[in-house]
Design a protein around this ligand. Sequence first.
Ligand SMILES: [Zn+2]
Ligand SMILES: [Zn+2]
Length: 336
Amino acid sequence: MVYLGNQIQALNDYSREAICWLGVKLKGRKTKLNSTGYSCGNPSCYSCEKSNIRSGIDQAFRDLFTEDIMKKLIESKPKELKDLNDTLKSQFTSLRGKTAKDFKENANKIFVKSGYSDWFSKDETLGEKWNYRLARLLNIHTCTYCNREYVFVIRNPNKGKGMVSQFDHWFPKNDYPLLALSFYNLIPSCGTCNGIKASVKLDLDDHLHPYVHSNISNAYQFSFLPKTNKENYIVFKNNNSMFNTKGIDTVNALNLPLIYKGHSDKELQDLIDLRYKYSDNYLNILLENTFKGINISKEERYRLIFGIEIEEDNYHKRIFSKFKRDIINQLLSIKN
Ligand SMILES: [Zn+2]
Ligand SMILES: [Zn+2]
């Protein structure tokens, strides 16, 4: 798991367009006939000038959203988002005849179907779809959750197929359709992790969030245990000094121990072989002697020899960075 930072530039770029899109879908365009409609006031804003209201939405649902609420819904951090969701829901259901089911259905229509599935993932009116644009802005190169698949953006200049991260909804869009377009609820991830997360419920009291916990990479450690006298398998250890068991609970919820088990006879075994298979501690020899006489940083040595980054902030740039770093440290610390 990697920390994603505050991503202020990406947030600002995304928020500006998301709020206009949402404003017009909820309130309609502001015109002489529709004085309660939405406009950001910028005459070259596509949504505010050309887009139209989303039909089929309960007026009482539309009325929940002031400009301030829309801004908060797009820009708030996870804890505030969850609170906002709960507040709006209870505001709506306190109205006569309005149920939680109605709230969810209205939110689903506008935020999930029109918003996430169409506008965010398909709409190319302004050039590129938002999933590609957001992925470019975030500039995260491997899956936030597993760090074992690349998710950087590659796209044919003539559009068409390319490669882009999926966006996992940390608060799942099935349970929290209102949060389907919220910036800090969109986590760049691989297909495997996004699929697993779809059926997992995380909450901020018991789990770590990649936009909240800057120490998320250190909340657990990779290690290994013997399976037979020849085979080993990858395990995760909790870092008890941090977050109690939140680190390991998050790792388990994301099913990472199972996923990583598949790398036990591959990447793990390679590292163990470098340490034990040959006459001497070849792991150490590689690191100490490969670039002898050359002025080279520790970071560069690890990158060139093992294909990983060893600075936490850079873990996301290469797959298996945290995993290999932890295992190599452990193997080097064993004296014989
Ligand atoms: Zn606008
Ligand atoms: Zn993943």
